[in-house]
Design a binder for this molecule. Structure first.
Ligand code: GSH
Length: 225
């Protein structure tokens, strides 16, 4: 069975998560196709018919006839097929469960609401060109709820290095990766002074060598021992 991997990549938050995962995970050999998201190449007929009918990035082509989307599924698959490195989901059933617990919490409670808050800004109309419909009124509730969960996260990070304690995991990659660009460009309020544990965690994540390396989209192939 052909299991050649091809990643459809772009300079955007969801693809950044997968790039960061690949760099941190290692043991992978992947061809890469860059898609021009600024020109909405991902919304054109060719991309939708040949790669992802939903018109989103990233996507992972596996062999000739299967395309995997959704970053959580892509990262879990890559974690399983990697030939070297160390699992970022965990070595035991309990570690894997703990990783998925934190990943889901951060995704549901903070990352996805922040993405929705951004997309609900009418300023995004010119970028999405009708592919997403903003609901500006929702932004107030979304921002308040995100702040509530950031307050809770600040308590939960007390005494911890990463979401799973001392163990760096796919949950950190998912959470930090989805939010990095958003925090830097449109939502600096996420790092509100006062939430000292969140601030320290963010700094720690940003200082990781791979967090910086993953900012640049990949060249046509990435091969990691
Ligand atoms: N649920 C998808 C979300 C993918 C997604 O929304 N990708 C963004 C880039 S960060 C995108 O394709 N945006 C361009 C668009 O929607 O036109 C996943 O987990 O991969």
């Amino acid at each position: 069975m052909d299991t050649t991997l091809t990643l459809y990549d772009a300079p955007a938050p969801n693809p950044y998560v997968v790039r960061l995962f690949i760099l941190e995970r290692g043991g992978l050999d992947i061809d890469v196709n860059s898609i021009d998201i600024m020109k909405l190449e991902n919304r054109r007929l060719e991309y939708r018919t040949k790669v992802n009918p939903r018109g989103e990035l990233p996507a992972l082509r596996i062999g000739n006839d299967f395309t995997l989307t959704e970053i959580t599924a892509i990262c879990e698959y890559l974690d399983e097929v990697a030939t070297g490195g160390k699992s970022l989901f965990g070595e035991t059933a309990l570690e894997r469960a703990e990783t998925r617990m934190w990943l889901r919490r951060m995704d549901l409670e903070i990352a996805q609401p922040l993405i929705a808050w951004f997309r609900n800004d009418p300023a995004t109309i010119d970028f999405y060109k009708g592919n997403r419909i903003p609901c500006p009124k929702a932004r107030v509730t979304q921002k308040v709820m995100i702040n509530q969960f950031l307050n809770l996260l600040d308590d939960e990070l007390e005494g911890k290095t990463y979401l799973c304690g001392d163990r760096f995991s796919a949950a950190d990659i998912h959470f930090y990766g989805l939010m990095k660009q958003m925090v830097e460009q449109v939502a600096p309020w996420v790092l509100s002074p006062g939430r000292l544990n969140v601030e320290a965690y963010w700094k720690r994540m940003g200082e990781r060598e791979k967090s910086k390396a993953a900012v640049a989209p990949f060249d046509s192939r990435v091969t990691l021992a």
